[in-house]
Design a protein around this ligand. Sequence first.
Ligand code: MG
Length: 299
Amino acid sequence: MSFFESRDPVFDGYVLDNAPLKQLAAGFDWVEGPVWFGDAGCLLFSDIPNNRILRWTPGSGITTYRQPSNYSNGHTRDREGRLVSCEHGARRVTRTEHDGQITVIADGFDGKRLNSPNDVVVKSDGTIWFTDPHYGIMTNYEGYAAEQELPCNLYRVDPVTGQMDAMVTDANCPNGLAFSPDESRLYVADTGRLFSDDPQHVRAFDVGSDGDLTGGDVFYVVDPGFADGFRVDTDGNLWSSAADGVHCISPNGDLLGKILVPELVSNVCFGGRAKHELYVTATTSIYRVSLNRQGTQHP
Ligand code: MG
């Protein structure tokens, strides 16, 4: 039985019938934050409860990149290729310099500590955008249980000037985020609060020339499950995590098809020689499937 579930004929052209959904590695506890390093030919990802960032390399398999990782969650790369990481444990966003030094990008707002930065993207102007839900301080499983000091906002930081702004303040629990290829739109997942019936959807904001956000209507309701993290392909389709796998959603918000994955998916990223491979972090395993699509140039 195929693990592709088409909902629109266009999806049949996005997938390759003879490409397997391959389990690359297993045995983790909760994996997240995949990011591709083409220059190093490897994938980095977080195994959050085990407080480590792991590296998967074709041929060598799994090695440890950083442990402890301050319970790192989401990662991306900035426009100079440097790793940018969300750290639940230290309640901050950091950048790993080319020489290995770690620079703190943000650890507070308005005189209060951040909650537990979850996911991050970098815009073409170098500004760093990240979400700060409270998941990592709710329990000791994915960080250190602590009191919440700030609402669950989405922030933008200019790493040159240090200017930091709360850009989305009306979300419940903002989680994954991604810009459309032309950066005219910002997608933000809201995963609601745990143990409640609060919203599980993706919102779409219009991005102005100075980065200001307007709109924010519901773009896609995730069912089953929730959109934790996602990435965008060069045609603007959103490839989003969901409880039954990965959903491919058109720029109009239509479900085009699914990749059914046997574990709960947390996030995806494009990688490989032509950014035509989709790497999937799913609970205890890493999967990969080749597509007839390509991810945007910057993860
Ligand atoms: Mg997340």
